[in-house]
Design a protein around this ligand. Structure first.
Ligand code: ARG
Length: 484
């Protein structure tokens, strides 16, 4: 029997019942619902609403219900509209009419908001741990690319680059790749630097999740339907008992505040965007045209038609799910936008997107971590994709070092690039005479500019791609991970 039938005559329309009921999804908050009820019974006893004996009986019944949920022996009844009804119905079966006293001063409005917050506080740590693990996979790759050990396949041993003088070059030197802007070859960067460029967004996501906790940790229970409790309930003690940082200061706001759900969905959507960006890169880099990465078979799929295909499905799914995560956020904000004060049934729409976003990330993050950990880097392909034109900025800087203003140096270098294109040769294949015809400041040493290792080594300031700067960055990345 529904908790609200007294006022209404006859049966609820069966289809209306289905639309109205939330048990199919709010049963996920069963443990939190019981925990909230146990704390509420204790608060009612302290307020003198329940006798010690009554509170003890309710407590015994609720403990048994919690055990039933944990052992998955709880049986739901057809009339269980939501998780709150199910628990109260079962409590009645176990301890009789006394169960009816538990809901004194409480509404499902403050109850559901409490359950939902408890659920989120219980689940945020697992998401943080999954992000931490994915960051670990990125750090491992960054480390391997910084001081690559000869791989079993011998790929990383290959060095197509001219070994420049005095640039700390040795057998196991850091891997260099083409860096892109507008997806056009731009400047050489360390592969290690690139891996870490995906580490920091996830770090900020973890900070966002941590920053969310104080706002989730505001207790609605004791707000009643909207106006507060008429019994002397100590809400501060209740908050402490349930592990909240504080009791919400306004009962009207408390029953309708879903900022925490929207913030969570924003963070989930942004995590999705970050994963999608990483995924899009990996997908491109595994294509034959790039050939920089190869996925392990364990994390690839094939084609039902084309026998040769090896598809990067986990990364495509990451890219695809980012769109769905974004939709969850938009849906939540649209639900909240039209509401007047206090509780409205629209708010029942808050849970499915949050649960789904959580499930999506909880399932996806470990798969991406595994796919990255088993991915092979083809350093040979990466380094042969470097071209002398990518050192054009270094060529301009060469002129700057010889006193020419950067704007002019940029223009002169552009002329050199154009000349090389006209002559159908590489930029570093221009003769000294051709360089000097453009500007007499060019000298014999100009050809050293075209060494990618020197190009990256020059960018040694904080946050740059030089090996020494990336070493420090890697150190920093490991530090922030262990601070958590
Ligand atoms: N299932 C409802 C929800 O998720 C619980 C609160 C119902 N409150 C009410 N006044 N009908 O929002």
């Amino acid at each position: 029997m529904a908790l609200w039938k007294g006022r209404l005559d006859g049966d609820t329309n069966a289809q209306m019942w289905e639309v109205n009921a939330s048990i199919s999804f709010d049963r996920r908050m069963a443990i939190q619902d019981v925990r909230g009820s146990r704390a509420w019974a204790e608060a009612l006893e302290r307020a003198g609403v329940l006798t010690g004996e009554e509170a003890a009986q309710i407590e015994t019944g609720l403990a048994e219900i919690e055990e039933e949920f944990r052992s998955q022996t709880f049986s739901f009844a057809p009339g269980d509209e939501d998780i709150h009804t199910a628990v109260e119905r079962r409590l009645g079966e176990l301890i009789g009419p006394l169960a009816g006293k538990l809901h004194t001063g409480r509404s499902r409005n403050d109850q559901v908001a409490t359950d939902f917050r408890l659920w989120m506080l219980d689940h945020l740590p697992a998401l943080d741990a999954a992000l931490d693990d994915l960051q670990g996979a990125l750090v491992e790759h960054a480390e391997a690319a910084l001081i690559p050990s000869p791989s079993p396949r011998g790929r990383r041993e290959f060095s197509p680059l001219p070994l420049g003088e005095g640039s700390g070059v040795r057998e196991g030197r850091p891997l260099i790749m083409p860096g892109y802007t507008h997806l056009q070859r731009a400047q050489p960067i360390l592969l290690s630097h690139w891996w870490l460029s995906h580490f920091w967004p996830l770090q900020r996501d973890r900070e966002r999740l941590a920053d969310l906790i104080p706002r989730v940790s505001s207790l609605p229970l004791g707000s009643g339907a909207l106006a507060g409790v008429p019994f002397p309930v100590d809400r501060a003690a209740l908050a402490e008992n349930l592990g909240f940082e504080r009791a919400a200061p306004n009962s009207i706001d408390a029953v309708s505040d879903r900022d925490f759900a929207a913030e969570f969905l924003f963070t989930a959507a942004l995590i999705g965007v970050h994963l999608s960006k990483l995924a899009e890169n990996v997908i491109l880099f595994t294509s034959a045209e790039f050939g920089f990465f190869e996925l392990s078979d364990e994390y690839s799929t094939g084609s039902s038609l084309m026998p040769q295909k090896k598809n990067p499905d986990p990364f495509e799914l990451a890219r695809g799910k980012a769109g769905t995560l974004l939709g969850h956020l938009t849906g939540m904000l649209a639900t909240l936008k039209g509401l007047p004060s206090a509780y409205d049934k629209d708010l029942q729409e808050d849970k499915v997107p949050v649960f789904t976003a959580y499930d999506t990330l909880a399932a996806l993050l470990p798969v991406l971590a595994g796919a990255l950990r088993t991915l092979t880097v083809n350093g040979d392909r990466m380094e042969s994709a470097l071209s002398p034109a990518m050192m054009a900025t270094d060529l301009a800087d060469y002129l700057v070092e010889r006193g020419i203003p950067f704007r002019e140096a940029h223009h002169l270098t552009g002329q050199a690039v154009r000349l090389a294109l006209q002559k159908g040769k590489a930029l570093n294949a221009l003769t000294l005479g051709e360089f000097q015809a453009i500007h007499p400041a060019f000298a014999e040493d100009v050809y050293q500019v075209f060494d990618p290792q020197q190009s990256v080594a020059r960018r040694a300031s904080l946050g740059g791609t030089a090996p020494e700067a990336v070493k420090k960055q890697l150190q920093k990345a490991k530090e922030v991970m262990s601070e958590k």
